[in-house]
Design a protein around this ligand. Structure first.
Ligand code: ADP
Ligand code: ADP
Length: 231
């Protein structure tokens, strides 16, 4: 479970200070897909980046399985949370195999275990390991690269996936299909997912619950059904 308690974030200080997140409290249940929905600049990415300690918290606290992340080592925390971003962030000079194997290597898994894991993950995201392991990111389409991004985030089998507009860079025709595939995958994996989006259709399609952001606050937190039936 992820629990946000009066979380606040300010960037800069004095006259230059920007308050990005204002006293957000929220509980996300295990296995739940929660979408942070709202226009650009309302604090969604900042919330996600505080969750894996890519940004410091200015006030309040975030608890993961009851433990304050303030007390957790950032490197260990990030291993327990896969992170998928719009820009994908694959290393262009590394093969698909090497990109996916990165965290398992840091964790010093043995070669046979890593081979097996990469093979399994590629199949999971519907890319043939024989064909794709040795290719470089630039040889893949945007949608295929995004699948690799998901495979890499899943490499060490984290309980939590943080995703920042993961399908934003994919053309609309393929996006719909990749969203469907991702939901089928999630039905099996049952990860806890926090997912940033500015697309209400995507949120309604994918979320168990939607947190609607406005100006650093959450103005509504409910199921898609409830959000659609309320004015
Ligand atoms: P998004 O709307 O998808 O969050 P942005 O273009 O706002 O994307 O931000 C992209 C990156 O730039 C993020 O890592 C964010 O932290 C950083 N960023 C956004 N606004 C500022 C700013 N005013 N000054 C410095 N960095 C910023
Ligand atoms: P969203 O993800 O909803 O687009 P962000 O969390 O990226 O929103 O940004 C929230 C606010 O914080 C914006 O006003 C943005 O300009 C500001 N901001 C984000 N990142 C930084 C940063 N690294 N430095 C300064 N301001 C930032």
């Amino acid at each position: 479970m992820i629990e946000y308690r009066n979380v606040r974030k300010e960037y800069g200080n004095g006259k230059e200070a920007v308050t990005a997140v204002r006293d957000i409290s929220l509980q996300i249940k295990p296995g739940e897909v929660v979408v942070f929905l709202g226009p650009s600049g309302c604090g969604k990415t900042t919330m996600l980046r505080m969750t894996n300690k890519l940004e410091d918290i200015s006030g309040g606290d975030i608890l993961v399985d009851g433990k304050s992340i303030r007390e957790l080592n950032p490197v260990q925390l990030r291993r327990s949370m896969g992170y998928v971003i719009q820009q994908i962030g694959l290393f262009p000079n590394k093969t698909i195999y090497e990109n996916i194997a990165m965290i398992p290597r840091v964790l010093k898994w043995d070669k046979a275990t890593i081979d097996e894991r990469v093979d399994h993950l590629l199949k999971l995201v519907k890319l043939d390991p024989e064909t794709y392991s040795s290719r470089y990111p630039a040889e893949l389409s945007g949608g295929q690269q995004q699948r690799i991004g998901v495979a890499r985030a899943l490499a060490a089998d984290p309980d939590i996936l943080l995703m920042d507009e993961p399908f934003g860079a994919i053309d609309p025709i393929n996006r719909d299909q990749i969203q469907d595939e991702f939901m089928r995958l999630q039905a099996r994996l049952k990860k806890t997912i926090v997912f940033v989006s500015h697309d209400i259709h995507e949120a309604i399609k994918m979320a168990d619950r939607i947190a609607i952001f406005k100006d650093g606050k959450i103005v509504q937190f409910d199921t898609p059904e409830m959000i659609l039936t309320q004015p």
